[in-house]
Design a protein around this ligand. Structure first.
Ligand SMILES: *[C@@H]1O[C@H](CO)[C@@H](O)[C@H](O)[C@H]1NC(C)=O
Ligand SMILES: *[C@@H]1O[C@H](CO)[C@@H](O)[C@H](O)[C@H]1NC(C)=O
Ligand SMILES: *[C@@H]1O[C@H](CO)[C@@H](O)[C@H](O)[C@H]1NC(C)=O
Length: 169
């Protein structure tokens, strides 16, 4: 017979993880972090330190009297060309854009500000990173601490634990 306490703890972890999973699990990502959307911020550098997934929302915060947000094609992004843009994301300066497909997206500000750094390229990933190996009983508590790391970690934990439960039952 297995140790009961361990099993109960184990199911508690699964319950918590399952609860987290019922959230929409899409992140609202403020473009540029504290800086927001303005000139002289390196958005290539900013984006390189983040992961974007389908379902995430980009949140552009900017002064609409000067700047705007246009979704453009890659060539236009490279050249800072605001002609023939794909979509005008600009509304009130607190504007969101949902990443609905697994692909690259390109945004610039017109008015010449693109030449001062207001250009952003992000790649939205469609799937989660490869699952972690299934944990053994001792590592269950380590997995629980992963939950603090966020929803995506929870997804991985649930995936790993489900495999494990099937073996237990
Ligand atoms: C912005 O950051 C990227 C990646 O860190 C770097 O390659 C690039 O040279 C930077 N651009 C400017 C204008 O500093
Ligand atoms: C984008 O939309 C905003 C708000 O509707 C509008 O004020 C602005 O002129 C538009 N910009 C372009 C380039 O179409
Ligand atoms: C995401 O954006 C697309 C295109 O702009 C829109 O049609 C769709 O309704 C949006 N999805 C959500 C969940 O708002």
């Amino acid at each position: 017979m297995h140790d009961h306490g361990g099993r109960i703890r184990f199911f508690a972890v699964v319950a918590v993880a399952a609860t987290l999973l019922t959230c929409a699990c899409s992140d609202l990502i403020k473009v540029g972090g504290k800086s927001g959307w303005k000139p002289n911020v390196n958005y290539t550098h900013w984006a390189a330190h983040r992961r974007f997934y389908v379902g995430d929302w980009l949140y552009f915060v900017f002064d609409k009297h000067y700047y705007n947000v246009l979704e453009v094609k890659e060539e236009n992004y490279e050249r800072c060309d605001d002609g023939d843009f794909v979509k005008n994301v600009t509304r009130g300066g607190r504007d969101v854009y949902n990443l609905t497909e697994a692909r690259s997206y390109y945004f610039i500000s017109s008015g010449g500000y693109c030449f001062h750094g207001m250009k952003l390229s992000v790649h939205a990933r469609g799937s989660l990173p490869p699952p972690l190996p299934a944990p053994d009983m001792k590592s269950t508590e380590n997995s629980a601490s992963l939950l603090i790391g966020g929803h995506r970690a929870a997804v991985l934990v649930v995936a790993a634990l489900s495999t494990f439960i099937l073996r237990l039952l």
